[in-house]
Design a protein around this ligand. Structure first.
Ligand code: ATP
Ligand code: MG
Length: 437
């Protein structure tokens, strides 16, 4: 992609409305534009990152055996009347009336909708276990939308729903998602730690929030320091026993957010207990027959008896993750994207556009990078060198390659690693090898 043909409305000044670094950097890097409070348009650079995150989330859900569907954003109120949540949900739900005076709503979540799909088609335990997920926009009319896309009103969520015959089956489904989440967040280049979360009237211990540590996080978190040293599971698949032992390992250390933390009962030695702030990027929850009972979702069990299915739900805040990753990975010059989600792999800078030799060397290198499969943003504009460097640092591509008149004479390109700041002068071949080899 040539910068002159791209749409990258960067800002030089810090926007006044942004209180936290991710919001500031997303606006400055031309990633998003506010439409109204808590509702944003995604501009090309931001959209690329959003889609990269979405695809990693999707791949790991598919690998874990969940099946992708797509449910609508608008749902009929009647389904929510069945579960009793139409009245309970309160003002966060955006309620809409269609031209025939039918009550509709913009879905804040999809338990009712997916339970309706399930009960219409699945009648036997033989079709279990089943896990259906989608990646779809949600709307919650938050009282205080803030921090840009981190607490939006319209936001993109991956939500999966598992159906099993009994609690034992449900627990395997839960553990399977727990492990898929560990893998997903590792691939996104972030360290997300699972915290025990409130199960409310459902009870039990099957509810965990996944938190990215960041100073600007909305919740205070307390955890044993060794939790951060655990290795992420890497095998493609695990048996139910293996899943259980991974979950046991990760939940064996103390970890709780402020709402669950109790200094009196926390038995971690003071020197081992770390207190930080964190951003909730995922939440998994087993709720048993809450919806299957209210909505009549049952199957014939092996003994022929009708049994209510046991369910769980598993959310990931896909759009919130864009901000969460920036909070966890930036410096004073801008964003530092983990390679897996970066909008481009390489930023190529032509230090003297219009100079025949420079243009030719850049075009040649650009072509070679692209043929080798790299996603390149090529700055061939006539801006000043300082501005070009600042812009590349701001948008945070993992690698920068700079070619100027001096380099052209010497046959070298300067390659900079955005994360470490390390620069090296390499021959074109060696640079190509490093960037795409
Ligand atoms: P929070 O406690 O942050 O309000 P929640 O517990 O209401 O979130 P869930 O219902 O568990 O959220 O939704 C699953 C995921 O969706 C959350 O873990 C979070 O990453 C994301 N999410 C929830 N609300 C928002 C929002 N207003 N804006 C962006 N992402 C959100
Ligand atoms: Mg939650």
């Amino acid at each position: 992609m040539r910068l002159s043909q791209f749409f990258l409305p960067t800002l030089k000044e810090d926007p006044k409305e942004a209180q936290i670094v991710s919001h500031r950097l997303m606006l400055r890097a031309g990633m998003i534009q506010q439409s109204s409070a808590g509702i944003y348009s995604w501009l090309p650079l931001g959209h690329r990152v959003l889609k990269n995150i979405e695809n990693i989330v999707r791949e790991e859900q598919n690998r874990a055996g969940a099946l992708e569907i797509l449910m609508p954003t608008l749902q009929p109120a009647d389904l929510w009347r069945e579960s009793g949540r139409y009245d309970d949900y309160g003002k966060e739900m955006l309620r809409i009336t269609d031209r025939h005076d039918r009550d509709m709503l913009y879905g804040p979540t999809n338990e009712e909708q997916v339970t309706d799909i399930f009960r219409s088609h699945v009648k036997s335990y033989k079709n279990l276990p089943l896990n259906l997920y989608h990646i779809q926009w949600k709307f919650r009319d938050e009282v205080r939308p803030r921090f840009g896309i981190m607490r939006g009103r319209e936001f993109l969520m991956k939500d999966a729903y598992s159906f099993d015959l009994d609690y034992e089956g449900s627990k395997i489904a839960y553990n399977n998602m727990f492990v898929a989440y560990l893998k997903t967040f590792a691939r996104l280049g972030i360290k997300a730690i699972p915290l025990r979360a409130d199960t409310g009237p459902i009870g039990g211990d099957l509810s965990h929030e996944f938190i990215v540590l960041a100073d600007t996080g909305e919740s205070e978190v307390f955890y044993h320091k060794d939790l951060l040293t655990l290795d992420t599971p890497t095998e493609a698949a695990y048996s139910p026993d293996q899943l259980q032992s991974i979950v046991d390992e990760w939940t064996g250390y103390y970890a709780a957010a402020d709402d669950m933390h109790d200094a009196a009962t926390c038995d971690v030695a003071a020197g081992d207990l770390i207190t930080r702030r964190g951003i909730e990027v995922g939440h998994i929850f087993h709720f048993g027959d809450k919806y299957s009972k209210a909505m009549g979702a049952s199957v014939a069990g092996p003994d022929g008896k009708e049994t209510l299915v046991s369910m769980g739900s598993y959310g990931i805040g896909v759009s919130r993750l864009v901000g969460g990753i920036i909070e966890a990975s930036h410096d004073e010059n801008g964003i530092v994207w983990p390679a897996s989600v970066a909008p481009f792999d390489v930023g190529l800078i032509n230090l003297k556009s219009g100079d025949d030799a420079c243009d030719a060397a850049c075009e040649d290198f650009y072509g070679k990078l692209i043929s080798a499969g790299a996603d390149v943003l090529y700055d061939e504009t006539s801006g000043r060198a300082g501005e070009k460097f600042a812009k590349m640092d701001l948008i945070g591509l993992p690698w920068q390659a700079t070619i100027g008149p001096r380099g052209v004479k010497a046959g070298v390109v300067e390659v900079k690693n955005r994360a470490s700041g390390d620069k090296q002068e390499l021959s074109l071949d060696d640079a190509l090898q490093l960037l795409v080899g």
